[in-house]
Design a protein around this ligand. Sequence first.
Ligand code: UDX
Ligand code: UDX
Length: 463
Amino acid sequence: MTNILCIGAGYVGGSTMPVIASHCPEDRFVVVDINEARIAAWQSDQLPIYEPGLDEIVRQTRGRNLFFSTETNRHIAEADIIFVSVNTPTKTFGQGAGRAADLQYWEKTARQILENSTSSKIVVEKSTLPVRTAEAMERILNSNNKGLHFDVLSNPEFLAEGTAIQDMQKPNRVLIGGRETEPGQKAVARLVEMYAQWVPRDRIITTNLWSSELSKLVANAFLAQRISSINAISALCEKTEADINEVAYAIGHDERIGRYFLRASVGFGGSCFKKDILNLVYLCEHYGLPEVARYWEQVVTMNEYQEARFAANMVTSMFNTVAGKRIALFGAAFKANTNDTRESPALEVCRALLAEQADIVITDPHAMDNACYDLKELAARVTFEPDPYAAARNAHAIAILTEWQQFAQLDYERIHDSMVKPAFLFDGRNLLDHEKLYEIGFNVYPIGKPPLTRLVTYGFRNA
Ligand code: UDX
Ligand code: UDX
């Protein structure tokens, strides 16, 4: 039996460990966190994160070979392998503020591992970290006079929220980076063995430490770049009557381009894309590559432009003022099937409309608590309404900001009847049937397509 510990019971730790535990019944898994409330939630029936399939797998493994605890020090002492998935947010202070990764929790965790260890261990970086972080971690961990040896591996997470469990069950690849020394390779082999219990060998990629660390940042940068690229073209489509869905479909059929991640939207969100790109930008600057840094920074700039453009289009289309107008935001989560609102474009649009003194009501099937927390300083000016029909009642406009399927299934005729006329609908996810909405009577503003409106003077085309 191997004792496996995961430090950090957030989205990453909390959704990966139950899956690994389910496939490795011989091994014992403990997930620890400094946040007592979070651990209590992991031990209860109300898990702290919403992820399809997670409840079932936690129910199956918890108490069998998976345990949640706040006793980090004790479990460090017992562990053979330690995964570290504490958060690595963007630095808000000092050198590299706003771009570099804040590694204070990581370093603190490394020192805590060292302090409480009485045996040699494998330490696995699960959090996304700047390239060459492992070097600093190795130095700290191996600076001991207890005669202990620590192998640091990089095993970045590629799971996407909403499909995290599915992604872990059938990963398209598992990446493990390690030192090219004999103990380093032995540690890599041990982790490969663990994953090989359910992942085909040809999907387990092993590389050197730095390639693995960098690949994680690069994967997210490339994915985000595709969205910014299609969103940039969506702005051009709105000016030229080209249709972004048709363009995406046409170019996506070229196998070299591929059809995934070409959905134009109000913008990308989530805890990773922006943070990881800014981190990449900082690294490029650090290594004296300003042109490379500017190239990647533009992906984030384009995303901010898309969010701002969407909100500005709403104001322009609604006769240049939304002050005092009730506007229903359908969606707060950064994408469907998650309760996560980190960097959600929905909240950016919300803030922009509040700055225009709109009267905002938000509805979302799972992310209301998080949205309420994020917007707490503006709470007095936002209403949270679980029922989308009630949210839309007496509203001048609806903005679709998260692609929840529930929103596609609503009765828009009923909704239209209850709204102030002319009724506006801004579809930031191209989720709905725009022709049908237009027939019902809405003035419809999709992303990357000409608006369907009876108010052409105020539409995009004339903006
Ligand atoms: C985060 C980042 O978003 C991701 O980029 C990175 O790769 C891993 O960390 P996530 O799991 O989504 O992923 O973060 P979060 O939900 O904030 O969870 C981190 C957890 O670590 C929190 O529950 C926090 O309480 C815990 N933590 C943090 C510790 O247990 N100890 C610490 O010292 C610091
Ligand atoms: C991402 C990566 O996909 C994952 O591999 C990595 O481990 C963590 O970061 P995640 O942030 O959970 O995962 O969601 P993802 O599905 O990648 O979507 C990110 C954002 O892009 C969302 O706001 C989503 O709505 C948006 N998006 C995605 C688009 O706007 N258009 C698309 O075509 C795809």
